[in-house]
Design a protein around this ligand. Structure first.
Ligand SMILES: C[S@@+](CC[C@H](N)C(=O)[O-])C[C@H]1O[C@@H](n2cnc3c(N)ncnc32)[C@H](O)[C@@H]1O
Ligand code: SF4
Length: 426
């Protein structure tokens, strides 16, 4: 089993909780900043403690600072975390070091500071270019902030101080029709981010959006309209020179996120921080989602001899598996342009020829409709039709798996494989 060479650090602080978001975050108020926040000051030592008590491993080739809003931290705080990782594992030459930034939470000076501290890839949470939509999402930033932040990132990339950057947008928002979305895509192409993450809105239980939906106040596109939006996205962005390498991710040549690929590679990753999931050596470990519980969990781990909730997660936490469970691997793999090498997977997971034939039989309607393509033992969804209807295909696939081996997870798109707590990624 390969040793992990990637780490995810969770920074669970935001100024506000957006109306659609159920990530593990603590809203600190619109003026919050790492330089003055007691909550941030109390959390960082815990995070450092977890990093420094992880078992040693080879140098990291990707690091992802996600959240929450890591851009609330000062460059010094970011630099100290990267130094902690460097001390524990080492940072490989040319490592990709990504950080999520919210347009309302930083200025050009802070950007320069975090780039000087070692960050070389930024993921900007734009969500929408429409002020009325941003307001309804509960975002603090507005279109002008987004354009300004994108301008700083583009400038830093031109000047060579930033390797790459990405823009997040959400599609399938209330009242979004094709012409509104087309306009959003036009603006996304105009800011010229080398990488775009286009997430389909998920209405998460317990959010303001879920509450609005219950009251009939969330007029979302229906599933046909949603599929049309997704197909439009793929067509427009590919025509603009982006490769559609994963269901939600598009990149110009040379700008695919290396960290995103970790989830599939089977190598696993270290995860650190409240609410983070780690998966070194094929073992998954989700951490508590509140600061108190996370602190307690860390103390327990420190006092425990032998197998237990070891910081970072180690092979001793269970028998090493060949990687992710078969159904999860298929769910993630089929969202990627290259799909999955099904023949090899069947061998790796001990699936018999007749089991594979029965899965193929179950998915036959999708094969006949050219949604699922089978080419030389490689299975993949067609683009855009198959990817736009991926939920239907995955539901069938999980149903088949479920009947063989008990309940399976719901077919929900991981937003970011390494920090989504729900898919237990994303
Ligand atoms: C941790 S946030 C990004 C950084 C920063 N917190 C921000 O929002 O600007 C990761 C991304 O997840 C996406 N996201 C969060 N909740 C979502 C939901 N319920 N449905 C779809 N996308 C969601 C948003 O696009 C967001 O940019
Ligand atoms: S979308 Fe980003 S800024 Fe909004 S609550 Fe979630 S993590 Fe925080």
């Amino acid at each position: 089993m390969r040793e992990p060479r990637s780490a995810y650090l969770h920074i669970p602080f935001c100024q506000r909780r957006c109306f659609y978001c159920d990530f593990a975050v603590v809203p600190l108020g619109d003026k919050a900043d790492g330089a003055h926040s007691n909550s941030i000051a109390a959390y960082l030592p815990l995070l450092h403690r977890e990093i420094s008590s992880a078992p040693p491993g080879p140098p990291l080739s990707t690091v992802y600072l996600g959240g929450g809003t890591p851009s609330l931290l000062t460059p010094e705080q970011i630099g100290a975390l990267l130094s902690g990782l460097d001390r524990q594992f080492g940072l490989a030459a040319g490592a990709e070091i990504s950080m999520e930034m919210d347009p309302a939470s930083f200025d050009q000076r802070r950007l320069t500071g975090v780039l000087d501290a070692g960050v070389n890839r930024v993921s900007l949470g734009g969500q929408s270019f429409d002020d009325a939509v941003l307001e309804k999402l509960g975002r603090r930033h507005r279109r002008a902030d987004l354009l300004e932040a994108a301008g700083w990132l583009a400038q830093a990339q031109r000047q060579g101080s930033l390797g790459s950057w990405s823009l997040d947008l959400i599609q399938g928002l209330p009242q979004q029709d094709l012409s509104h979305w087309q306009n959003q895509l036009r603006q996304a192409v105009a800011v010229d981010a080398p990488h775009l993450s286009i997430y389909d809105l998920i209405v998460e239980p317990g959010t303001v959006f879920a509450w609005r939906q219950k009251r009939g106040e969330l007029p979302l596109p229906d599933s046909d309209q949603g599929a049309d939006l997704m197909a439009l996205t793929s067509e427009r962005l590919r025509a603009a020179g982006y490769g559609h390498y994963e269901i939600s991710n598009y990149a110009r040549p040379g700008h695919v996120s290396r960290h995103n690929r970790v989830y599939w590679s089977g190598a696993g990753w270290w995860g650190f921080g409240l609410g983070a999931t780690s998966a070194p050596y094929g073992r998954r470990l989700a951490r508590p989602r509140t600061r108190a519980a996370y602190g307690e969990w860390l103390s327990q781990a420190a006092s425990q001899a032998g197998p237990g909730p070891t910081p970072g997660g180690t092979p001793e936490q269970g028998a090493p598996e060949p990687g992710l469970p078969f159904d999860e691997l298929l769910m993630v793999g089929l969202r990627r342009r290259e799909g999955v090498a099904m023949g090899q997977l069947a061998i790796d997971y001990g699936l018999s020829g007749s089991a594979l034939a029965s899965l193929r039989q179950r998915l036959q309607p999708f094969i006949e409709a050219d949604l699922l393509l089978i080419e030389a033992a490689r299975w993949r969804l067609s683009d855009p039709a198959g990817l736009a209807l991926s939920n239907a295909v995955l539901r069938e696939l999980l149903g088949w798996w479920d009947e063989r081996s008990g309940p399976a997870p719901t077919p929900e798109a991981p937003r970011s494989p390494t920090h989504d707590h729900r898919s237990g990624p994303g």
